[in-house]
Design a binder for this molecule. Structure first.
Ligand code: ASP
Length: 326
């Protein structure tokens, strides 16, 4: 059977990280090895696919930016629209991996597999996890069935939806979890095994776009805590068109913060209630009826959805609808 063509877009991260010694697992520099070096470390890949790669950037993903996201989405769309390419793999640092994955999940329109992958140990480490993760990402990307579930992250043998996945541990290899929603499946015997699919809109059913845009509307995230100052809300709203409030419990906030929130709403800032808890739904309650709700999105993913929504509309009811659809 003819081998599938997989296009690899390399962005850096620990998977491309190098340290001075093989036992150094934290003091390394991310984004050092090139795509050619990454591929040379896993010659087995060529048994599964014809791969071609490009170095999109080579950074620690804490330096990922919104302008790079817009350029990356355009690059991925371009590759996805190429008839000769069957699937796309993106190598990326793990710190902001879930954000880049969700951005692409909403803005790239395709039914071809898109897999994001990284590693927790640098390429130079004893038992580096990057080579196996990269091999499994390619093994998964050749399966057209993966294109139906939207953008995925594959790490440590587990397939996660970009909608649900979070990095949950600072350094452990088993850091990516889909918590209450569960993973989509597993890699086993060189193949993806998929058991469920996300029902919210994504990739080819998404109607969100960043095409042709130079910037995303600025949206800030504020984390709520006992003793927080209302001046944080006022300061954030000076520059932000939108605000995600990672509230206490079910998106609650102290009364003086609620006062400040209503004030910035009157100035035109769109405010979304999210939660600093790590599970559950934030839903509408009478007290905060004017605010939008993040549903099950983490604050950092609610920020992305609000930015893309604000590119399309400032109508609060339309944005409320988008938070129910995506
Ligand atoms: N700081 C690294 C990065 O996000 C961490 C990693 O890739 O695991 O680029």
């Amino acid at each position: 059977m003819r081998k599938k063509h997989i296009y690899i877009i390399a962005c850096g991260g620990t998977i491309a990280g190098k340290a001075a010694s093989a036992e150094d697992l934290t003091g390394y520099k991310a984004g050092e090895a090139t795509i050619e070096e990454l591929l040379a470390a896993v010659p087995e890949i060529t048994q599964y696919a014809d791969v071609k790669g490009e170095q999109f950037c080579n950074i620690d993903s804490s330096n990922m930016s919104e302008s790079l996201w817009i350029a990356l989405a355009a690059r991925v769309q371009n590759a996805a629209d190429d008839d000769k390419i069957n699937g796309i793999v993106i190598t990326h640092g793990t710190d902001s991996l879930e954000e880049t994955a969700y951005f692409l999940h909403l803005t790239v329109h395709t039914s071809k597999p898109i897999v994001l992958v990284g590693s927790m140990r640098p390429a130079t480490a004893v038992s580096a996890d990057g080579p196996l993760n990269l091999l499994e990402a390619v093994q998964a990307a050749v399966d057209p069935a993966l294109g139906k579930v939207g953008v995925v992250i594959i790490m440590n043998g587990v397939i996660h939806s970009a909608r649900f996945v979070e990095k949950t541990d600072t350094t452990h290899v088993d850091t990516f979890k889909s918590r209450q929603m569960g993973c989509l499946g597993f890699m086993q015997d060189g193949q993806p095994h998929i058991y469920q699919a996300p029902l919210r809109r994504h990739t080819d059913s998404s109607q969100l776009y960043c095409t042709g845009k130079e910037k995303l509307p600025p949206v800030a995230i504020i984390y709520a805590y006992v003793g927080m100052s209302p001046s944080l809300i006022q300061a954030a709203a000076i520059h932000a068109e939108g605000l995600i409030l990672a509230g206490l419990g079910h998106g609650q906030m102290p009364d003086d913060i609620w006062e400040a929130v209503q004030q910035v709403e009157r100035q035109g800032c769109v405010v979304v209630r999210a939660s600093r808890t790590l599970g559950g739904i934030v839903s509408a309650v009478p007290k905060y009826a004017s605010l939008l709700c993040a549903d099950t999105l983490t604050p950092q993913k609610a920020k992305i959805l609000l930015q893309l929504a604000l590119l399309q509309t400032h109508d609060i009811e339309k944005i409320r609808y988008l938070f129910q659809e995506y």
